[in-house]
Design a protein around this ligand. Structure first.
Ligand SMILES: *Cc1c(COP(=O)(O)O)cnc(C)c1O
Length: 374
């Protein structure tokens, strides 16, 4: 696995099209497939699934699903039934589990689309068992610490012989880490031990525990890995070099460049004041594109490789950069907001959030291009 990941190739330029939308989002399907293969290789014999909730972390299930299938992925997880329906359209033969479980009134739709609910309470188990008679597969969620979804460990142990569980067609038992990205957190070892105890009480069921960061924890592999974020280029090992290849690239066009004198302000509420004569560039992209307003005054973009600070407040449709140090900045030139080493984790930190939120927030106003790097 290369430690210095190759950047996704620049898409073939179609400037009038980018100009019409102001910005271009490029998704590298080849990098997603390579990331899946690299995570699968960590599994020591476990199957590697793909978590593709939130429209494949903002990258588009219609393209990402088939790319992962072609790479060899056969099991997928989404959050909502509606996402499962969209995933089914892209993946006619895959096993698709719906993590948020069985909400009242949805069981017919699960059956109609061949989707598998991840059942997380006795009510859900009974609802599904009454409907399916054990003939349709489902998973059982056990809560080892999140207190969010799933049977608490003592209840899962107590109910190991419960006929409602046998009657619900369970073929997989899963749990979810609280802090997998912090390997030093003692909660990981406790969850790994609790999950092993529950599995021992349910012999014959396959088990799944590891999200992206969990893939890198000892003892978390079980039968099925469930990475999401790392497939899309997020760093599953914060604080260490990112072993994944970057997947998304976001570029916006410069609409105007202007010179301002010391003392001039920029943007709403004049939050930035020039301390010296400066050159400012206005980018055709804003928070309505999913680029977070919280990055105001904190993030940067690259113009011809030169880091240029984002000034003042991000507007709905526009961002102002200080391009004093970037002579290449001119009308129609490209600024890179994600890519060329400015990765989603860095952008997330600058915005006071996590790369997950940057990815899943990416809007629909851009031109979208899919490429397949090798
Ligand atoms: C989102 C999610 C995952 C994937 O997590 P990543 O950190 O994105 O790899 C796995 N399992 C469950 C239950 C999830 O909700």
């Amino acid at each position: 696995m290369p430690s210095v990941a190759p950047a996704p190739p620049s898409p073939t330029r179609s400037e009038p099209e980018t100009g019409a939308h102001g910005a271009r989002l490029t998704v590298d399907l080849g990098a997603i497939a390579a990331n899946w293969r690299s995570l699968a290789a960590h599994g020591a014999g476990a199957e590697c699934a793909a978590v593709v909730k939130a429209d494949a972390y903002g990258c588009g299930i219609g393209r990402v699903g088939p790319a992962l299938w072609d790479a060899g992925c056969r099991t997928f997880f989404v959050a909502h039934l509606s996402e499962g329906v969209a995933a089914r359209a892209a993946l006619p033969e895959a096993a698709i589990y719906v993590l948020n479980g069985l909400l009242p009134g949805t069981r017919e739709a699960f059956a109609a689309h061949g989707l598998r609910p991840v059942l997380g309470s006795v009510e859900e188990l009974a609802d599904w068992a009454a409907f399916s008679g054990g003939r349709l597969p489902a998973a059982l969620h056990v809560d080892t610490g999140m207190n969010r979804l799933g049977l608490p460990v003592p209840e899962a142990l107590d109910r190991a012989g419960d006929p409602r569980i046998a009657a619900a067609g369970i073929d997989l038992i899963l749990s979810h880490f609280v802090s997998a990205e912090k390997p030093e957190d003692p909660v990981n070892a406790r969850q790994i031990a609790d999950f092993a105890r529950v599995r021992a009480a349910y012999p014959g069921l396959r088990g799944s525990l590891a999200n992206s960061s969990g893939v890198f924890l000892d003892g978390a592999g079980h039968d099925l890995l469930r990475p999401g974020y790392a497939l899309f280029g997020g760093n599953p090992k914060p604080g260490s070099a990112n072993p994944m290849r970057p997947v998304v690239r976001l570029e916006a066009l410069i609409a105007q460049v202007r010179a301002v004198e010391a003392g001039a302000t920029a943007g709403y509420n004049g939050r930035w004041t020039a301390s010296a004569p400066s050159r400012l560039a206005t980018l055709s992209l804003g928070y309505a594109d999913g680029f977070p307003r919280a990055i105001s005054g904190r993030g940067q973009a690259l113009v011809d490789g030169v880091p240029c600070p984002i000034l003042g407040l991000v507007s709905m449709d526009l961002i102002i950069l200080d391009v004093t140090a970037a002579p290449a900045a001119r009308r129609g030139a490209t600024a890179v907001l994600i890519g060329d080493g400015l990765d989603i984790d860095t952008v997330g930190r600058a915005a006071g959030t996590i790369g997950y939120e940057i990815l899943t927030g990416l809007g629909s106003r851009y031109v979208r291009t899919y490429v397949e790097s090798r």
